[in-house]
Design a protein around this ligand. Structure first.
Ligand SMILES: Nc1nc2c(ncn2[C@@H]2O[C@H](COP(=O)(O)OP(=O)(O)O)[C@@H](O)[C@H]2O)c(=O)[nH]1
Ligand SMILES: [Mg+2]
Length: 342
């Protein structure tokens, strides 16, 4: 707050002086009659006005304008600088290639856990709409035709421990029984009593055979015997995944009517799931399936892993309940899921 006294011959003259110096926002605090005159000779009646003003309001209009101009100049130079930086970084930071209208769909993919590099490629091919985004994803994702799958001689379920192999295989056994397909069960997981007990239960319910074997080497004989009559569903333990996938490769080389389904836990992040995948003989896997969709919060990794493994998707497990929590997906359903069900 700045205070100042002004003396005029009349009250109006004093006020005019206030306005001239402090501007229209000044506040008059007091006024009184005083003696004043030229050269300090106090012989004339005069009026003394005490006025005050907020210091910040003291900037003169012309000063304020020049300050604004200064700021605008600064902003323009910053904009030029940013434009220059963007151009320089464009080859190094690819996301700068995304046009402004497509930033929304790009951010949507990232928020769902789609890998940024994949998201870039999707966005470049899509128009700025959810429908077009879905169409691009639909084109990318391969889906396994479940009929051809369940017609095979045997289906072997592989993947890390706890991924849901025994549970998913049980659901598929029910699904096939509902389609009037004969199944028989084999378990290579002879050490886990719990999983054997679950499969015994299943074989009782479905009135089908269950055989527990220790080695992959016993499998060709069983398949040879049963393949005519039924599809054999083979459960494997997660801990020996590497050895089992190597043995399977030895015993069933090439296209042998045996489908290998690799199960992935959808709550795992892409890198962890990919590490597991690369740890076995993934080149022998025919199809992938995702479990625990009910526990995942985003589904971008389904897209990532579909692209990274190059395998078609066959099943989605949507909960722990046997036989209900399973879905045979189509591309439309998957695309919708990956973008967060928008
Ligand atoms: N919430 C949920 N739990 C599941 C799902 N699939 C399997 N589980 C559970 O995950 C655990 C491990 O499943 P299991 O089939 O034994 O896995 P495996 O070791 O690969 O054979 C069990 O408690 C299952 O009930 C699923 O889709 N959703
Ligand atoms: Mg198991």
């Amino acid at each position: 707050m700045k205070m100042k006294k002004f003396v005029g011959q009349t009250f109006k003259e004093a006020i005019d002086l206030v306005k001239k110096e402090l501007g229209p926002d000044a506040i008059i605090l007091s006024s009184k009659s005083v003696k004043a005159g030229p050269f300090g000779i106090l012989n004339k009646d005069a009026v003394e006005v005490t006025a005050a003003i907020d210091d910040s309001a003291l900037v003169k209009p012309s000063e304020a304008q020049s300050e604004k101009d200064e700021i605008l100049k600064e902003l323009r130079s910053l904009k030029d600088e940013i434009g220059f930086l963007k151009e320089t970084l464009r080859p190094i930071v690819p996301t700068l290639r995304i046009s402004r209208d497509k930033k929304g769909i790009f951010n949507l993919l990232i928020s769902q856990g789609v890998d940024p590099q994949f998201a870039m490629i999707i966005v470049e091919r899509a128009k700025d709409s959810i429908e077009s985004l879905k169409n691009v994803i639909k084109k990318d994702i391969k889906v396994q035709d479940s009929e051809s799958y369940t017609d095979s001689d045997a289906m072997i379920f592989m993947g890390p421990s706890g991924a849901g192999k025994t549970t998913t295989m049980s659901k598929i056994a029910y699904m096939m029984a509902a389609r009037r397909k004969r199944v028989s069960l084999v378990s290579l997981d002879h050490q886990r009593i719990g999983s054997i007990a679950a499969l015994k239960d299943l074989s009782r319910h479905l009135r089908c055979q269950l055989r527990v074997i220790k080695n992959v080497s016993e499998l060709p004989r069983l398949i040879y015997k049963d393949a005519e009559r039924s599809t054999i569903l083979v459960d494997t333990p997660g801990y020996a995944y590497k050895n089992i996938s190597r043995d399977l490769k030895d015993f069933f080389p090439g296209n042998s009517g045996i489908k290998r389904c690799y199960l992935m836990d959808s709550t795992m992040n892409t890198n962890t799931a990919l590490n597991y995948w690369q740890n076995g003989c993934s080149d022998t896997i025919d199809t992938i399936a995702f479990t625990k969709l009910d526990m995942a919060t985003q589904y971008g990794s389904l897209y990532n892993l579909s692209m990274l493994t190059g395998r078609p998707m066959s099943f989605l497990a949507t909960g722990p309940d046997v036989p209900n929590d399973i879905k045979v997906p189509n591309a439309d359903f998957l695309a919708n899921l990956i973008i967060g069900g928008v």
